[in-house]
Structures are given as C-alpha cells and as structure tokens.
Design a protein around this ligand. Structure first.
Ligand code: F0G
Length: 458
C-alpha cells in the first residue's frame, strides 16, 4: 500500500494546555471587552489568533541561538543571515528589522509620500496602515473572484492585471510609490499568487517604470501552491520556485515570524544598491545599525536557519495538509468556509454563518467571541472592525467581507487539536439561530482599531 505521509519532525519539548470552563470564559471575555486581543493567553485553550511568531523553532534553530554573535557591528550572525537571504531569495542587499511592519515603515519612508498611490492585492492591515499614515492610498487590484468565497480558482490571491494597468495608466509615474504584491494574499484568505501573475506584474512595472515589491511573509507557502497547482512547476524544487518568484521583484518586505518560523524578526531585501542606501538611513533611525536593525545576533542566526527549514517541501506539505484537514472537517459539518482552503488559515464566512446579525453589529467579531466561549478557541475577525474607518469620511468601511480567521501556528498543534477546533465550531453552528445580535463599539483607536477596540454586547 501507499504509505501515509507524516510530519518531518518529532516533539522534544511540550507545553501544557489549561482546560477552562465555559463559565470562566464568559467572565474573561466580558472583562476583555469582547476583544480577543485583550485576553490573557492562559485563558485560551487552542490559540489560532495568528500564525505569526507562534511557530515552534527546531532544535537546530535553538542551537543556532547559542552561537549568536552579539557584536554591535559586523556580527557573524549578520553574515549568516545575509548568506541565507542571498541563497533563498537572490537579493544581494538586505536590512534586518524587528518585524514585518518595521520593514514596511523603513521602506515606505523612502518610497511613499503624501498623495501617492500604492496598488496591489488586498494589502495587509499594517501595510495599509503605513500607507494611510503617510496620507497615501492603497489601491486594491485583487481579482474579483477572490471575493466569491465558494468560487474555485487555484490562484485566488492574484492581481487583476487590467485593474493594475488602469491605475498605472491614469496616474503619473511619480504618484505611484510602488506596486506591492502580498504572497500569499492573507487578507483574501491565505490565497496564493501564481508565477504567471507575478511575471505579468513585472511586465507592467517595467512598462510604466515603477518598482515592484513583494510582501513576502508567506512566500514559501506561496511557492508550495505554485509547485502543486501551476502548470510546469510540479517537478521544480521549492527553492528554485522561490528564487524565480523573487526574481521578478525589485525588493521584498518580510515578516520572518511566518514562513521563516521564528518568534520575532523581519527584513527588507533589495536588488538595487541605491534603494538599500536610502533605506539604511531610516533603518538606523528606527531599527538599529544596519547589521542588526532590531534583531539580536542570536535571533538572526535562528532566522537564517529558519529560512531553510521553512522552504522544505515535506514540511510545507505537512503544514498545508493540516490546515486543509481543519477546513475539510468544518466543511463536512456544513460550516461555510472560504474555499479553496488557504495556506495558513481557515476563514469562516460569518455573514453566511450568522444570517440575522446586522452588518453594523460586527458579525465576524461576535462569531469569534461565540467560538471562544464555546471551546476556548481564539481566532480573529477579518471584517468591518479590521477594515477601520474611511480616512476621509470616518464612516465604517463595509467591505462585504465578514470572516473569522483560524490561523494555524507552525509545528505546534496536532491533528487532534484540529478535530477539537472543528467540533467546537460545529457546536456553535448548531445553535446559530440563537445568535441574533452582535456588538457595539465603546472605545476605538483612529487607526488599526481592532487591536485595542472595546466592545459591548447588544
Ligand atoms: N504582511 C503580511 C501579509 C502579514 O500577514 C503581516 C502580519 C505583516 C505584513 C506584518 O508583519 O506582524 O511581523 O509586523 N500578519 C500577522 C497576522 C500579524 O496575524 O496575519 P509583522
């Protein structure tokens, strides 16, 4: 018989999970003002808030930590990381940063100015935050089919090249900071972008003379989807695919907390020395000297190692299979989930799940709260709360998308945990008719409000 596949690692250290009661959780979530970010993590049974910085490092990465060189300038750890970035991404120049949004802050300090446009595929919220903070505009050029949750498309994260060209054609070149393509497209449901699409974006970038940057947090998962879904790539190695993806871009921002499987870290990769030089000044102001920028030597060592482990085909297959297992279980229970399943997370369609909660009452947030109360699972809202208010009108932005994201940390949970999560969601699904009202905001920040917002039940 064909042998089943299995995770290419075994467990050396474990961490206990506290099993709380429903009564405890009802009190805790009320005290947290119905914002799951305000919960203490020991009040959470299975934490699917994010796959960012929550992965388990390997024994090799922990060993690399011990060899960290903490010199202020020119540390060997910096050169280890430089070599790994060159080998994995092909970029000659890089700047370390403490995480992905710091990479955005440094790079956008050079590229983005007031009144600019930054076209791309559903920019991540910190990316959009950094653009709007500079009074520029993130223009979403994602393909329309991405917003049809049931539509089958192998690369639902793609950029609509016609929409992108319209933006480039209608506006002077100086007004376009750069094009940003996010791989995989987190906001659209962890959906991949095809190689053909990246090539198409490169051609438009060349035709209109603008820079093309990859927001690369989940670049390895994107490469896995290209290998398994795109014609001509089945026999190519993940690392070859990764090199080709990056070959189309002028630079990259990286949140290393995702596909490089470290708990903290980021970097910017550059093809061009000039842009690297300009960004270096901002790196020194915001992050630290250019050979450590926000990272300790040991962390750079662990990251260098993580770039190799995160691009291993067997590892990626087991990870994406596990996310798919969670999706398949929930689908079997009749729960409306976004398909095809994403690389790092399963997204529940809250508008379909909770049909009587009005859109003004944050249906995805109340669903996330109910799932927490039911079984201690922490997911996140990707809906009106996260979409923030329109910067000009200050009205809520209703994007038509009300999702609960269940993001799976790397190498942390077992398939049994996934079965538990699906069963909890099913129990909420069975009592969905009883959930008729949502939440009301009592306190919010002007930007990125979902992190700190306080709500009350209606
Ligand atoms: N880009 C993408 C596509 C992301 O998903 C994230 C973070 C960032 C940039 C920012 O990176 O957190 O290291 O500063 N996403 C996390 C998430 C927070 O839960 O999806 P960071």
């Amino acid at each position: 018989m064909k042998l089943p596949s299995f995770e290419p690692f075994k467990t050396k250290m474990v961490e206990p999970i506290y099993r709380s009661t429903r009564e405890e959780r009802e009190v805790w979530i009320k005290d947290a003002h119905f914002n799951l970010f305000n919960l203490r993590s020991d009040y959470v049974t299975i934490d699917l808030l994010t796959d960012s910085g929550t992965g388990a490092m390997s024994d090799r990465q922990w060993a690399a930590l011990m060899q960290g060189d903490e010199s202020y300038a020119g540390a060997s750890s910096y050169y280890n990381l430089k070599d790994a970035i060159k080998e994995i991404t092909g970029f000659n120049y890089f700047l370390p940063t403490h995480q992905g949004r710091a990479a955005e802050n440094v790079l956008f300090s050079v590229l983005v100015k007031e009144g600019d446009l930054v076209p791309g595929n559903s920019h991540f919220d910190t990316t959009k935050g950094h653009i709007e903070f500079r009074k520029a505009e993130a223009v979403d050029c994602t393909i329309d089919i991405a917003y049809d949750f049931k539509a089958r498309h192998p690369f639902k994260g793609n950029v609509d090249l016609n929409k992108l060209e319209e933006v480039l054609k209608k506006n002077p070149r100086e007004k376009i900071s750069c094009i940003i393509v996010t791989i995989t497209n987190n906001t659209a449901g962890g959906q991949p972008v095809s190689m053909a699409n990246l090539k198409g974006v490169r051609q438009l970038a060349d035709r209109y003379g603008v820079k093309f940057i990859l927001d690369s947090a989940r670049f390895a998962e994107n490469a896995w989807f290209i290998k398994t879904r795109e014609e001509g790539y089945a026999n190519r190695e993940i690392r070859e695919i990764v090199l080709e993806m990056f070959s189309y871009a002028d630079g990259m921002t990286m949140s290393s907390k995702k596909d490089a499987i470290v708990n903290m870290g980021g970097f910017i990769g550059f093809r061009d020395e000039d842009l690297f030089q300009k960004a270096s000044m901002f790196n020194i102001i915001f992050e630290g000297f250019i050979t450590y920028g926000g990272m300790s030597g040991r962390d750079m060592n662990a990251l260098a190692r993580g770039l190799y482990e995160g691009t291993d085909f067997e590892y990626l297959s087991s990870r994406i299979r596990q996310v798919g297992l969670l999706g398949a279980r929930m689908k079997d229970y009749g729960i409306p989930v976004l398909e095809p399943f994403g690389g790092h997370a399963i997204f529940i369609d809250a508008l379909d799940f909770l049909r009587s909660v009005p859109k003004e009452e944050f249906p995805a947030q109340i669903l996330a709260v109910e799932i927490y109360i039911e079984g201690g699972i922490r997911g996140t809202e990707i809906g009106t709360l996260m979409a923030d208010r329109d910067p000009v009108t200050r009205e809520n932005r209703f994007t038509g998308r009300e999702l609960v994201r269940l993001a799976v940390p790397r190498r942390v949970y077992s398939d049994n945990h996934m079965d538990y999560v699906a069963a909890v969601a099913k129990n909420v699904f069975d009592r969905k008719e009883s959930i008729k009202r949502g939440l009301r905001i009592i306190k919010e920040a002007p930007i990125l409000r979902h992190f700190t917002v306080e709500l009350e039940k209606l």
